[in-house]
Design a binder for this molecule. Structure first.
Ligand SMILES: Nc1nc2c(ncn2[C@@H]2O[C@H](COP(=O)(O)OP(=O)(O)O)[C@@H](O)[C@H]2O)c(=O)[nH]1
Ligand SMILES: Nc1ncnc2c1ncn2[C@@H]1O[C@H](COP(=O)(O)OP(=O)(O)O)[C@@H](O)[C@H]1O
Length: 211
């Protein structure tokens, strides 16, 4: 009984578990993440990554990403400021320690949107997140969604589709993800995601009510 009490106390003190959303570019990670943030205002916080890619129309510096030069990013990595970093489709991406700490300091569920290299690197840390893979129903649908999004050049699209092919294989690896959600009908995928995160969501709601 005491053991259970203290383990609950310890996990409450450690704050909610972060959530890793991974999966091919175009699978629907940002769309699902946006829905979560809208429905659960004050429960989730986004880990704002750094990237060397150019901002897309509508993206905001400091909100979607911290947009930096290669030199600045490399220097920060060399300074030990990053938990993980990777090169994806010719650009650098990385999660700074500050990005995660900023969210955790507010006692929110920290969401990381990272690629497969990031997943492997996070596994080697003590972050202990819930690992969720978001997948499109097929490569054909993925390609259509990416094309319809109209954010990528033909070259970037090809690179993303190649990475997606590799990603789909990895997502089937035993023990890598806690759950794989196929994002066919958006609302169905979103409901599945909520079920996976329900325990953490309730924990944060309970804690914020008792404060
Ligand atoms: N390892 C790692 N991957 C990241 C990070 N931030 C974003 N990514 C991944 O980089 C890939 C490309 O992201 P982005 O350029 O925003 O394109 P999108 O996923 O097609 O919207 C996606 O798979 C993201 O999950 C990060 O900090 N670390
Ligand atoms: N279930 C879905 N059905 C149809 N289109 C979708 C669905 N989920 C996402 N999309 C669309 O597919 C595109 C890629 O989604 P996005 O969230 O940007 O993917 P990611 O963040 O994984 O790269 C977007 O234009 C989005 O509006």
């Amino acid at each position: 009984m005491y053991v259970r009490y203290f383990s609950r106390l310890l996990s409450a003190m450690a704050g909610p578990r972060p959530v890793v959303l991974s999966g091919p570019s175009g699978a629907g990670k940002s769309t699902l993440l946006k829905k979560l943030m809208e429905e659960y205002n004050g429960v989730f916080g986004f880990s704002v990554s750094h990237t060397t890619r150019q901002p897309r129309p509508g993206e905001e510096n400091g909100k979607d990403y911290h947009y930096v030069t290669r030199e600045a990013m490399q220097m920060a990595i060399d300074n030990g400021e990053f938990i993980e970093s990777a090169v994806f489709s010719g650009n650098m991406y990385g999660t700074s320690k500050a990005a995660v700490q900023d969210v955790q300091a507010k006692n929110l569920i920290c969401i990381l949107d990272i690629d497969m290299q990031g997943v492997r690197n996070i596994k080697a840390t003590d972050l202990n997140p819930i690992y969720v893979s978001i997948q499109a129903p097929s490569m054909e649908i993925l390609e259509k969604r990416l094309r319809d999004r109209k954010t990528e050049s033909e070259e970037s699209l090809e690179k993303r589709l190649h990475a997606a092919f590799v990603d789909i294989g990895f997502s089937k690896e035993e023990g890598l993800f806690d759950v794989v959600i196929v994002n066919d009908i958006l609302e169905v995928a979103y409901e599945k995601l909520k079920v996976v995160l329900l325990e953490e969501i309730n924990q944060v709601k309970k804690t914020s009510m008792s404060l």
